[in-house]
Design a protein around this ligand. Structure first.
Ligand code: COA
Length: 422
């Protein structure tokens, strides 16, 4: 017959209260005899309190941060065990003296540490015996796990999150990457500092950028287009267009030229299938356009660029970039791109390496056009040159095609009359 019993803190070898630093079970959990229930920490050591009975946890009487001593109630348990087992002493963290294989740094993952980046050694890691045991069972290196618990402690949740992240990266190309975590540095030892939280957009885009950067083999092809005649045309039409409330920037012509190039080279308008064995070729041309906002980078999508006029695109670009900056974009407006453009031309720079906006397989970076001396029929003439940086996924696109794409794009930009023939 089942009975409800209270599980109490056993003799922990001291009279003073100790901190509860981890609660390892929750109401409804089934526990076996000797399963760790909570972790306690004194000045000298941390210890797990194991369950003296098998049963189902009914309620928990402590929380992280509480102080307890011998006989404090930890939880109530419903158990079938007729006879109580003798009190099981708390298990002290023994790892300060021993070095398990799981704690040894992986030989294949050397870490560069500078004088200021003092690395945590295995002995200095804070983790309860239960967490260490779990890590050992899963053959994990505790040094690679990001600690989020109090006082830099690695919790059971941290271990689960680490395994989850490893599994997610498993099929997508990040498999096997054993990247050592950056050591936590106390910068205030070098001078005055202040801290501010990352914006929500930066947190989200940061995770995606990191994934794309490590899981896609990027190559960036650089080129430049002579846009002297395009710029002459733009200046000619600019004030007329402004009367309609629109702004004619080089970007809208670049979008049209990119759409025409994608039609000629559809592999750049594709995605790898989820299993990586085939290509999904898109019969639409939806361009993601990176927009710089005070809260971070967002990439709204302009749909069917090949079917829209330059003026339509100017109107749409003005609308989405304004709404992006006012946080008024809806999620579907940022989905479905087949290729992306990141234009820093309004700001400056001569080249950069844009990160592919997966599941796209390529992205065009545009830098600031500038006057350059170009050798032409025996003399140097001033021409307005536009720098282009094309990053592509080398699993899908060969280097020769990367160069061909840029060559074709340059041809369209150098003589935009060709665009009407596409
Ligand atoms: N070379 C020279 N001048 C350029 C240029 C280029 N490649 N691109 C734009 N300009 C000029 C424009 O003509 C305009 O000048 P004007 O008013 O005299 O005509 C000026 O720079 C500002 O243009 P901008 O307002 O930036 O418009 P845009 O159409 O070029 O770009 C956005 C629109 C939304 C893409 C842009 O504002 C933006 O946010 N860019 C940043 C994207 C980003 O952060 N990317 C990084 C991702 S990692």
């Amino acid at each position: 017959m089942s009975q409800i019993i209270e599980v109490k803190v056993p003799d922990i070898g001291q009279d003073s209260a100790v901190d509860v630093i981890e609660v390892l079970v929750k109401a409804g959990d089934t526990v076996a005899i000797d399963d760790p229930l909570i972790t306690l920490e004194s000045d000298k050591a941390s210890m797990d309190v194991p369950s003296p009975y098998a049963g189902v946890v009914q309620s928990i009487a402590v929380k992280v941060g509480d102080q307890v001593k011998e006989s404090s109630v930890i939880l109530s348990l419903s158990t079938e065990d007729a006879v109580a087992v003798p009190e099981i002493p708390a298990k002290t963290e023994e790892t300060k003296k021993t070095t398990s294989t799981a704690l040894k740094p992986a030989a294949s993952a050397p870490t560069a540490t500078s004088a200021q980046e003092k690395e945590t050694t295995a002995d200095e890691l804070h983790a309860s015996p239960a967490v260490r045991r779990l890590a050992r069972e899963l053959d994990l290196n505790l040094r690679q796990i990001n600690a989020t618990g109090p006082k830099g402690r690695i919790t059971k949740e941290d271990v689960k999150n680490y395994v989850h992240a490893r599994m997610q990266g498993g099929g997508g190309g990040g498999a096997g990457l054993a990247i050592a975590p950056l050591p936590a540095i106390n910068f205030s030892q070098f001078g005055e500092i202040s801290t501010e939280p990352l914006s929500k957009i930066k947190k989200l885009s940061g995770a995606n950028l990191h994934r794309n950067w490590v899981s896609i083999p990027h190559v960036t092809q650089f080129d430049e287009a002579d846009i002297t005649s395009l710029e002459a045309f733009r200046q000619e039409r600019k004030s007329e267009v402004e009367k309609q409330g629109l702004k004619l920037t080089p970007l809208v012509f670049i979008m049209k030229a990119v759409a025409a190039t994608l039609k000629k080279m559809p592999i750049f308008n594709s995605s790898l299938s989820a299993d990586g064995t085939s290509l999904v070729l898109k019969h639409y041309i939806h361009l993601g356009v990176a927009v710089d906002t005070p809260n971070g980078l967002v990439v709204p999508v302009v749909r069917d660029v090949d079917k829209k006029s330059v003026l339509d695109l100017a109107a749409e670009l003005a609308d989405i970039s304004e709404r992006a900056r006012n946080k008024a974009l809806k999620t579907p407006e940022m989905q479905g791109s087949s290729f992306s453009i990141s234009s820093l031309g309004g700001i400056g720079g001569t080249a950069f390496t844009p990160i592919i906006n997966a599941p796209d397989v390529a992205i065009l970076g545009v830098s600031k056009a500038s006057q350059k001396p170009v050798y032409h029929e025996g003399t140097f003439v001033p021409r307005l040159m536009l720098p282009l940086s094309l990053s592509y996924d080398h699993r899908v696109i060969d280097g020769a095609d990367g160069a061909r794409f840029c060559k074709q794009l340059v041809e369209y930009l150098e003589d935009i009359r060709y665009l009407v023939l596409v």
